[in-house]
Design a protein around this ligand. Sequence first.
Ligand code: SIN
Length: 303
Amino acid sequence: MVDLSSDLGFLRLKNPVIAASGTFGYGLEFQPLYDLSQLGGLVVKGLYFKPREGNPPPRLAETPCGLINSIGLQGIGVEAFCQEVLPKLALLETAIIANVCGEEEEEYARVAEYLSRHQGLAALELNISCPNVRAGGKCPAQDPEATYRTVKRVKQVSPLPLITKLSPNVTDITAVALAAEEAGSEAVSLVNTFLALAIDLESRKPKLGNVLGGLSGPAIKPLALRMVFEVARQVKIPVIGLGGIFSYQDALEFMVAGASAVEVGTANFVNPLACPEIIKGLEDWAESHGLNRLSEIVGSLKV
Ligand code: SIN
């Protein structure tokens, strides 16, 4: 048997495959389809303190090799999550990670502090990179100083390990990753979606109610892979890679580029069984390549 585990230092995952936030509901929606304990982990939909309606429709536009969304972080809020969802998720033998959102620093801290008072979470993912909630797609992860301040503030109130989710909509993602690391983030996950526009030609209107949205899916994989490679060479904390992972080969490429674990997002919409299929593919590939531990390949790109 190949050892598929991924040791992030602050958390040991049974395998490196994590279902990505915003593409997997609160996890329970996928329970009828397969045993979620197969997953390395799952990140629930973004949580603000209060319930949130999200952006006006339409919220999704398909492209030839990707999906543009402008959901606007619709969600049930931390109270309903901790009362109705977390107790059920906590029964699963997989790492449950909450995606933490906020209008400003204090709300990020309030959400993180509230979640930390409840049993069942393995870590928090700090969502400072959603392009759909501020005008023009702006987000704190576009600024190293805002990233540093938000991470630092959340670390003051929560003992849970923190994974900071980074935006690709920057000139130098390594500067933001280093700021997160310096402020005490235990890991970084990258990348969130690329700011994008879809146009309906007949009406000459944007296809999305919020005008701009975030592009995910296979179109962004080479860009995300490049950013993971760049960041993994600069930071000492673990890197979790995401962006267009649809197959076990995609997951392996991210690991070779330096990711200790991966998140699978848009693929869950196309194939709800994407995560367990990728895990099986990783196991078969490692076995056929004579590996004892899959983690041997992390950062093994020959350059
Ligand atoms: C959204 O809800 O608009 C997408 C979530 C994200 O990009 O973080």
